[in-house]
Design a protein around this ligand. Structure first.
Ligand SMILES: Cc1cc2nc3c(=O)[nH]c(=O)nc-3n(C[C@H](O)[C@H](O)[C@H](O)COP(=O)(O)OP(=O)(O)OC[C@H]3O[C@@H](n4cnc5c(N)ncnc54)[C@H](O)[C@@H]3O)c2cc1C
Length: 592
């Protein structure tokens, strides 16, 4: 699975034998990120309709080549040259604007112009398809793109989700005004979107928002300060504000669309006051905004702003899970490429048993996240086709993915850096950027605590969404007859225990401190079932089923902290997972 996929980089010609750089292991630059990704290629065969897969195959290939090549080089340059805010022009006018490095602009052209990420699930005409792309395909493109560039995926995603809110909630008149601009693929006419919620008073505590919306004839005008505004110079920002006289808390918030430019061509009355100097996502501009009576268009029902905005938050959370899965894949590919080339103590790094175990700690969470992404996006497609069962599954899979994959991303990024040794800490390799970017996933669009509470208290406690998930798990296990019966039973029992634990935590308010543990257990149990199901299907590498056993053994079982890791299963399974060539399904199933 991970053997054949990565170029080995171990052939040393006579000329190269005298080159001092031969000691330094190569990285993934120049590799085709789609071609080397057995996991995503296998799973697209399972989760995407064959005709759609066939139609999109050349585009996946093109994105795979771009991500390992041109995009990767552009991302490196954009990270090293972050955006700069200009508060005034040379005549002293408050014409604030942001300068971006040309590399960032080139990435925008690829994303918004060529691939039309922002429009692909809203209209036909993207990548040669008459109809909008299924979610499975859309997020597979995001997954490939983010392996090169993380920062720009925020503006792409918030433009996409802004379009969703406008299409779903705005009046026909507002849609007619905004959508043609927001769905354009011409960079000269495109209006990109974003969302500003967080204020000094609260990010998690959205009800604390102090921005006021005042009536001015037929217009609404906004007054206040937004403290975290990613994609700060977007052409239209969706935001929450409290109409004068509305009640406190989230119930009193309305949703508005704030245009950067007014209909008469003047700049709207708000200022980008400052850009944040961030740990990661450095290519993209996050700023602070002061609203000085800015004109804004009401979106939807004035009393349902928060509920409407939550649709965006959930879509955005899914995208964050996808981004974490993507960054982990890049980390795994980097670690394997390095470990296969670097020689220490007379042996390749990858041949040292302790290092092999460390590689598994990177591979298992990466493949877990990919399985969860594929299942969640498949359910979104089914929900859009009218399945209420699938909608309930999405309700819980989305925060589960956001919560756990974003957390796993951090140790995976650090672990991958460690495999490269000291070079991994140096900015000219990609690891430093991966480590920096990984951390934001546990902050924006709901911190880990907020997502864990959402999973346990609301998705499980209020909506009972775990029941729909349980039905899906049962279906998946029934469709995995190739697995040994004992292993299937173990998976079913483990999931049942995880679901019961989440129910119990949801039912007992005093148990809230266990919410993260309950959410993690549900994530691990679900992803183990999915990995096992997938590994038991024809056309999918059976090594995925072995990974399911690692999840059960390491994430959901007690281990003696005072006993050595001498597990026979593990030794054999690690050799198979890191090994070359095709693996006969029977061989994998025998080990389980
Ligand atoms: C790079 C970056 C870009 C961002 N871009 C945007 C943007 O474009 N638009 C936008 O609106 N926001 C944006 N944010 C803001 C982000 O969404 C918030 O920072 C986040 O929601 C957390 O809110 P906070 O900072 O107010 O922290 P707080 O809400 O004050 O949280 C502090 C701590 O308290 C914990 N906590 C909070 N509530 C609870 C609870 N009920 N139980 C237990 N623990 C709790 C949190 O988990 C956290 O650890 C961005 C943030 C970053 C870092």
């Amino acid at each position: 699975m991970h053997g054949q996929a990565i170029a080995r980089g171990d052939v040393i010609t006579p000329e190269a034998a005298h080159d001092p750089s031969r000691y330094v292991a190569r990285d993934c630059a120049g590799l085709d990120f789609f071609a080397i990704d057995v996991g995503v290629r296998d799973l697209l065969g399972l989760y995407l309709a064959p005709d759609t897969r066939a139609a999109l195959e050349p585009h996946f290939q093109r994105m795979g080549e771009l991500a390992g090549g041109q995009l990767d080089a552009l991302a490196r340059a954009a990270d090293q040259h972050p955006p700069v805010l200009n508060a005034r022009d040379r005549f002293g006018r408050d014409e604030d604007w942001i300068d971006y490095h040309p590399a960032y602009r080139e990435m925008e052209q690829i994303a918004f112009g060529d691939f039309q990420f922002h429009a692909m699930s809203h209209r036909g005409g993207v990548l040669g398809l008459d109809a909008p792309l299924p979610f499975v395909a859309k997020y597979a493109f995001q997954y490939l793109f983010v392996q090169a560039e993380f920062g720009l995926m925020c503006p792409i995603s918030v433009t996409d989700t802004s379009i969703h809110l406008i299409r779903k909630f705005a009046s026909a008149e507002l849609q007619a005004y905004l959508l043609p601009k927001m769905l354009s693929s011409d960079m000269a006419t495109l209006w990109k979107g974003t969302q500003f919620m967080t204020e000094r008073a609260g990010g998690s505590d959205v009800g604390a928002i102090e921005t006021v919306a005042r009536r001015d004839g037929d217009d609404w005008r906004l007054y206040g300060d937004k403290w975290f505004c990613s994609h700060a110079d977007a052409d239209v920002a969706l935001m929450l504000a409290r109409p004068e006289g509305a009640p406190a808390g989230t119930a009193g918030l309305a949703l508005f669309a704030l245009p950067r430019w007014l209909k008469d061509g003047r700049r709207n009355s708000y200022r980008i006051v400052r850009l944040k100097d961030k740990l990661g996502t450095r290519s993209m501009a996050s700023g602070e905004i002061r609203l000085e009576g800015a004109v804004a268009y009401l979106v939807g029902d004035v009393t349902r702003g928060f509920k409407q905005m939550m649709e965006q938050v959930n879509l955005s959370r899914l995208s964050h899970g996808v981004r974490a899965a993507a960054m982990m894949r890049r980390c795994v590919n980097e670690a394997l490429t390095c470990a296969r080339a670097r020689v220490v103590f007379g042996e390749k790094v990858i041949d040292h048993p302790l290092l092999r175990r460390q590689l598994m700690k990177l591979i298992v969470p990466t493949e877990q996240a990919l399985s969860m992404v594929m299942q969640a996006t498949r359910c979104m497609d089914e929900a859009n086709a009218g399945s209420s069962e699938a909608r309930n599954v999405v309700r819980i899979l989305t925060p589960l993915l956001k919560f756990r994959a974003c957390r796993d991303n951090i140790p995976v990024a650090t672990g991958s850096m460690e495999v490269r040794g000291g070079n991994g800490y140096i900015e000219e390799w990609v690891h430093a950027r991966l480590v920096r970017d990984a951390h934001v996933g546990v902050l924006w669009e709901g911190t880990s605590n907020i997502n864990a509470i959402d999973i346990v208290a609301r998705a499980v406690g209020k909506s009972g969404a775990h029941k729909a998930l349980s039905a899906l798990v049962t279906k998946r296990l029934e469709a995995a007859q190739a697995l040994p019966g004992t292993f299937r039973r173990r998976l079913a029992e483990t999931f049942a225990r995880a679901a019961a634990f989440a129910e119990r935590v949801a039912a007992e308010p005093a148990a809230e401190p266990s919410a993260r543990r309950a959410a993690s257990a549900l994530y691990h149990a679900t992803s183990a079932v999915l990995l096992a199901f997938e590994g038991a299907q024809p056309g999918v590498d059976p090594r995925r089923a072995l990974l399911a056993r690692f999840v059960l053994d390491h994430r959901l079982a007690h281990r003696d902290p005072f006993a050595p890791d001498d597990d026979a299963f593990e030794h054999a399974a690690i050799d198979l997972v890191l090994g070359d060539g095709d693996l006969a399904p029977a061989e994998a199933m025998r080990l389980l």
